[in-house]
Design a protein around this ligand. Structure first.
Ligand code: NI
Ligand code: MN
Length: 230
């Protein structure tokens, strides 16, 4: 199973049976200008919330791939009305796929569309894909709920966490989040795209290492085999 970073908080997961893209924001991201949105393959598009920096390229990717959008009930009905295929769920729910399971889990964040439409509750995803457990928190503050996650599918092989501060957790809280989830491996998300979320990457990695956690920065367009995480 492979993870590809498309910049900001957008990740692709290539499983044995499907390709999943989460929170597509590419065409509006100067740092991702080398990524061709039209080249992105996706059978499913997962959305953590309705903010601009998570949904900008949903429609183009959905159209290009006839993809199904999986999101909370409010976001799903928004896209269903526009004619897209959706899977509607809410926090606590689990959907089964050929590659495994996707559970919608809580996040502490807001969620509205750029036009002001209510976007339901922000969420994260706990995913079991090809036997590996991945936690993608979405935009969130540190929350005690994270302690419950390793009780769902067992050890979390890797957590994808925001580290940019200002709108989400910063580095200190992301280290605590790693401890709460029990994982050793964190992939950084939601940093550097805008001035208020710039980070010092080297310092961040040192801070994680000091707490015996490993922080990975994927290059934009870079791919990683999840089997490297034990
Ligand atoms: Ni947000
Ligand atoms: Mn965001």
């Amino acid at each position: 199973m492979e993870i590809t970073y498309y910049g900001h908080a957008c990740f692709g997961f290539k499983t044995s049976s499907s390709t999943v893209v989460v929170d597509p924001f590419i065409s509006g991201n100067e740092l991702a200008k080398n990524i061709d949105v039209n080249g992105i393959k996706a059978e499913y598009i997962l959305l953590t919330h309705a903010h601009y920096d998570h949904i900008l390229d949903v429609e183009i990717i959905a159209k290009n791939n006839d993809a199904t959008i999986l999101a909370n009930a409010e976001i799903a009905s928004y896209y269903e009305k526009l004619g897209y295929k959706v899977i509607s769920m809410n926090i606590g729910g689990v959907k089964r796929f050929d590659f495994g399971r996707i559970k919608m889990v809580s996040a502490v964040h807001s969620s509205s569309f750029p036009d002001g439409t209510y976007g339901g509750l922000a969420c994260g995803f706990l995913m079991k894909m090809d036997g590996k457990v991945i936690y993608l928190s979405g935009d969130t503050a540190l929350t005690i709920d994270m302690k419950t996650l390793p009780y769902v599918y067992g050890y979390i092989n890797v957590a994808i966490l925001p580290i940019g501060n200002t709108y989400t957790m910063g580095i200190h809280d992301a280290i605590v989040a790693a401890k709460f989830t029990g994982t050793r491996n964190v992939i950084a998300s939601h940093y550097d795209t805008f001035p208020p979320i710039k980070v010092n990457k080297e310092k961040a990695q040192q801070m994680f290492l000091a707490e015996e956690k490993h922080l990975t920065f994927l290059s934009i367009g870079g791919t990683l085999d999840v089997n490297t995480f034990v």
